[in-house]
Design a protein around this ligand. Structure first.
Ligand code: CA
Length: 380
């Protein structure tokens, strides 16, 4: 179903994209059939980035150059470097640090704490591809093992190894996956998983397709087990789809938020791509959140309403959104991989489907997919 819908969209978009190139120079992604030809593109305009995850070059080109390049037999397609953005939380409040560690309701609801006698996600590499992670947050720092900044050198960021969070969204997602089990703050779904901050979104929470692809490429190059993506766009994006597929082919588990528009998808990409698990948001009574997207591509539901987690500046915050649902599933994927290190990404995905708690209509449905992700059942 998902693949057919995506295929139809590809055709529609290829048809529409051919007519949208502006006369003034535009930042585009040129995708080649085999290897990216930087010299060729450099003859026509300014080259910004080159990728190997997909054979592509990012460049600013005048309209005539795009017409010429699109006729080159080595060029597969050319598309705009779209703007994407974090899935804006519906509610956000910064709270005082609790006096003692609390078990957030979502971690409790999916029975993560009951899985910890079997698996705590130890050593599984989870990339939070987002706005970065607060590098010295006391409730995260023990689990932060590295990262990458795809938007450097820009803004305050000079160094691609500086993935510190200047927005807050990525730090919140990181805490849902793997806040440390200690005596402070909160505890995450997989409290011994290794966190990697991959910054692809700016201080305003926006990024371009090329930044997102570069982040995903870093994940594939650096052996990330799970890629957690709490952002998206309603624009179908062939290059991003191809990059996600390449990361899947490299063995990564990809998880993304379905979107907060309260509509039947597809309007949430990358979650709707076939290589990516699309996650809807539930509340503490197992209802779907009124603003959660739903539809054919939903694979699982997870807690997303009033989720308490870490926030930048060493703080804590409560947020609501499918952005918060997604990292609950990323955390459970880490629990499964620590319990079953030999599992392929497909086996992890299948395990999450097969062990989900069936809520809503019996069997798979458009609101919760296979059901509410169930950490305890998933690690058996
Ligand atoms: Ca803690």
């Amino acid at each position: 179903m998902k693949k057919i819908a995506a295929g139809i969209l590809v055709i529609c978009l290829l048809l529409s994209v051919s007519g949208v190139f502006a006369a003034s120079p535009e930042r585009v992604i040129i995708v080649f059939h085999d290897s990216p030809d930087v010299n060729l593109v450099g003859q026509y305009g300014q080259v910004h980035k080159t990728f190997h995850l997909i054979p592509a070059v990012v460049a600013t080109l005048p309209d005539q150059a795009m017409k010429a390049l699109s006729k080159n037999p080595h060029v597969k397609y050319i598309q705009p470097d779209y703007v994407t953005q974090y899935v804006a939380p519906l509610q956000m409040s910064i709270s005082a640090e609790p006096l003692a560690q609390v078990l957030p309701w979502g971690v409790d609801r999916i029975d993560a704490e009951l899985a910890w006698s079997t698996s705590t996600g130890a050593g599984v590499k989870v990339a939070i591809v987002d706005t970065g992670i607060d590098r010295d947050h006391p409730d995260l720092v023990a689990n932060i093992k590295g990262g990458f900044n795809a938007i450097a050198p820009r803004g305050r960021y000079k160094d691609p190894s500086d993935f510190d969070d200047d927005h807050g969204h990525g730090t919140h997602c990181a805490g849902i996956v793997a806040a440390v089990n200690n005596d402070i703050g909160v505890v995450g779904v997989a409290p011994d998983a290794w966190l990697y901050g991959v910054k692809v979104l700016s201080k305003s929470g926006t990024g371009q397709t090329s930044d997102c692809i570069e982040g995903i490429q870093w994940c594939a190059d650096n052996g990330m087990d799970v890629i957690s993506m709490s952002w998206g766009s309603s624009t179908y994006d062939q290059a991003l789809n191809d990059a996600c597929q390449a990361a899947w082919d490299a063995g990564c588990v990809l998880v993304s938020s379905a979107g907060n528009s309260g509509v039947e998808t597809p309007d949430g990409y990358p979650s709707a791509y076939s290589s990516v698990m699309a996650i809807s948001a539930t509340d503490s009574s197992d209802n779907i959140a009124s603003w959660s997207n739903y539809g054919d591509e939903i694979e699982l539901g997870a807690p997303g309403v009033s989720v308490y987690s870490t926030y930048m500046g060493g703080e804590y915050a409560t947020m609501s959104g499918t952005s918060m649902a997604c990292p609950h599933v990323s955390g459970v994927a880490a629990l499964v991989l620590a319990a079953h290190p030999a599992y392929s990404n497909q086996q992890v995905r299948q395990t999450l489907w097969n062990t989900a708690e069936d809520i809503g209509a019996p069997g798979w449905d458009i609101y919760f997919g296979y059901g509410l992700v169930d950490a305890q059942a998933a690690v058996v």
